[in-house]
Design a protein around this ligand. Structure first.
Ligand SMILES: Nc1nc2c(ncn2[C@@H]2O[C@H](COP(=O)(O)OP(=O)(O)O)[C@@H](O)[C@H]2O)c(=O)[nH]1
Ligand SMILES: [Mg+2]
Length: 135
């Protein structure tokens, strides 16, 4: 069993795709261990995306993820980290395969609907950041 951090970004909430995305996570037979709607502040966004601090898109990314409510989740299952990454599809929705969340619903590189941890180290760090009470 493995746990990963999943965030449905503000575009998913605005576009009323939360139910559709949760439906896919449940249909895959992953367990949702915890779930909350949060309005991420700049400090949390900048910490979460710290690895991208020097990238040209960093400010746009922080502006976007703090622009409205998001949904944060702990998702658990066998190989949950890579299973969720596969379900998300490629970072750039232009390249994301049909059948993936970004491939089916995304058309913008910044506003690409969903975040999922990319490694056990990232999962541990991100879960502690968003769910300190659970870790
Ligand atoms: N505008 C812009 N946004 C980007 C770019 N690369 C990544 N992003 C955004 O930054 C987030 C984090 O990037 P990354 O960790 O590389 O991708 P992810 O792990 O697939 O979400 C992505 O999900 C996008 O929202 C880029 O080249 N341009
Ligand atoms: Mg990433």
């Amino acid at each position: 069993m493995e746990r990963t951090f999943v965030m449905l970004k503000p575009d998913a909430v605005k576009r009323r795709l939360v139910g559709e995305i949760i439906k896919r996570i449940e249909a895959k037979n992953l367990n949702i261990i915890a779930l909350k709607m949060i309005h991420i502040d700049r400090k949390l966004a900048e910490t979460h995306y710290g690895e991208h601090r020097e990238k040209p898109f960093f400010k746009d990314l922080v502006d976007f993820v703090t622009s409205g409510p998001a949904v944060a989740m702990i998702v658990e299952g066998p190989n949950a980290i890579s299973v969720v990454r596969t379900m998300m599809g490629a970072t750039n929705p232009f390249n994301a395969a049909p059948g993936t969340i970004r491939g089916d619903f995304g058309l913008d590189l910044t506003q690409n609907l969903i975040h999922g941890s990319d490694s056990p180290q990232s999962a541990q760090r991100e879960l502690a950041l968003f769910f300190p009470e659970e870790t």
